[in-house]
Write a protein that binds this ligand. Structure first.
Ligand code: ADP
Ligand code: DP6
Ligand code: CO
Length: 359
């Protein structure tokens, strides 16, 4: 085979993660360093995920990327930072069968083609940037034989999108804000693995799969610049809440998980309202879902379902077990009946929707 003809490729699949204690606000926009710690749950990789194939060939004349089948520019600093950090750690790669040998210094000259697909709405408040950048960094690290642990890779994924650092681990994950100026201690750590609290069932009610008007990046920048509530939240509220959430997760204390995650989601959306001009991520359907869950939890005496909403109108509902999850799905179908159903897993909640079960 002529030297120019070979292509070497790696494919990876990475799940998204949903924060139960939210990251909202940066202290350093370039390195992506947050104003507070955050905690998330990583979803089952077979449900909401990104699949990315990265390939390298001497025939490629420049780095290129396609997202959901459409070519996108890699010129932005987030993509450039991730590519630079991974390339600088690349190792030797050899495939004897194909007669391919790439040594460390070759990676500086070789160009990449990257194709990535999200199997769920992109930029709609379901953390596509988290699954997307985690998958990009992970697949590149495999392709280039990077010898770093997941914690170091999380610090690279963080520079693509903050929430991405948490998607490199399964189960419950904490992103430590860190204190170093260079961000080297702003990394994700696994609190508990996916088996620890396997009774939980996560249901995503897709209220709208439309792209949101305000991206997370610009929304949180405006909140940092204008919201006094954000300052109070980051300094006074979240540090205590993070400790309480760690305890709740460790002890599988569903009542505390519910109280903390609902309160944190509501405070995050209050910060958005406290931003000038205000940002509205939730809509009427989101509010109706909150009321439904709140009423149900109160009528049962003990919490059955926790909710959290990211930067979008879509509900992430955590049922305490399978039995409750079935009742919850029945309730959602009753109050938000499907308009037309061609797909068994598609139900209408608001304008468009899919209800997916993960976990
Ligand atoms: P979300 O709530 O979906 O995370 P964001 O506004 O945080 O929305 O981020 C959306 C952006 O993340 C997209 O416009 C794109 O730049 C990036 N992104 C999404 N999916 C991927 C992917 N699979 N690979 C690389 N980047 C992605
Ligand atoms: C509401 O990680 O998408 O989902 O770091 O600017 O890419 P950038 O923002 P992003 O923000 C996520 C915000 C959130 C809460 C969370 O995931 O913790
Ligand atoms: Co995002």
């Amino acid at each position: 085979m002529a030297a120019e003809k070979w292509v070497f490729m790696v494919t990876a699949q990475t799940p998204t993660n949903i924060a139960v204690i939210k990251y909202w606000g940066k202290r350093d926009e370039v390195r992506i360093l947050p104003v507070n710690d955050s905690i998330s749950v990583t979803l089952d990789p077979d449900h909401l995920c990104t699949v990315t194939t990265v390939s390298v060939s001497p025939a490629f004349d420049r780095d290129r990327m396609w997202l959901n089948g459409k070519e996108i520019s890699l010129s932005g600093s987030r993509y450039q930072n991730c590519l630079r950090e991974i390339r600088s750690r690349a190792g030797d790669v050899e495939d004897k069968e194909k007669g391919i040998k790439i040594v460390k210094k070759d990676w500086e000259k070789l160009n990449l083609h990257i194709a990535s697909h999200n199997n769920f709405p992109t930029a709609a408040g379901l953390a596509s940037s988290a699954a997307g950048f985690a998958c990009l960094v992970f697949s590149l690290a495999k392709l280039m034989n990077v010898d770093e642990d997941l914690s170091h890779l999380s610090a690279i994924a963080r520079q693509g999108s903050g929430s991405a650092c948490r998607s490199l681990f399964g189960g419950f994950v904490k992103w430590k804000m860190g204190s170093r100026e260079d961000g080297s201690d702003s990394v994700a750590v696994q609190l508990e693995d996916e088996k620890h609290w396997h009774e939980l069932v996560i249901i995503i009610a897709v209220v709208s799969s439309q792209q949101k008007e305000t991206s997370s990046t610009s929304g949180m920048r405006e909140s940092v610049e204008t919201s006094l509530l954000l300052q109070h939240r980051a300094k006074e509220v979240v540090p205590k809440r993070v400790l309480q959430m760690e305890e709740a997760i460790k002890n599988r204390d569903f009542a505390s998980l519910t109280q903390l995650s609902c309160a944190d989601s509501n405070q995050f959306h209050a910060v958005c309202l406290d931003t000038s001009p205000p940002i509205f991520y939730m809509n009427d359907t989101s509010h109706r879902i909150i009321s439904l869950v709140e009423k149900w939890n109160r009528s049962e005496g003990t919490p059955q379902v926790a909710y959290t909403f990211d930067a979008g109108p879509n509900a992430v509902l955590i049922a305490r077990n399978r039995k409750v999850a079935v009742q919850l799905l029945q309730g959602l179908l009753y109050y938000f009946p499907p308009k037309s159903d061609t797909d068994m897993r598609s139900y209408v909640v608001g304008d468009t929707s899919i209800l997916k079960e993960a976990g």
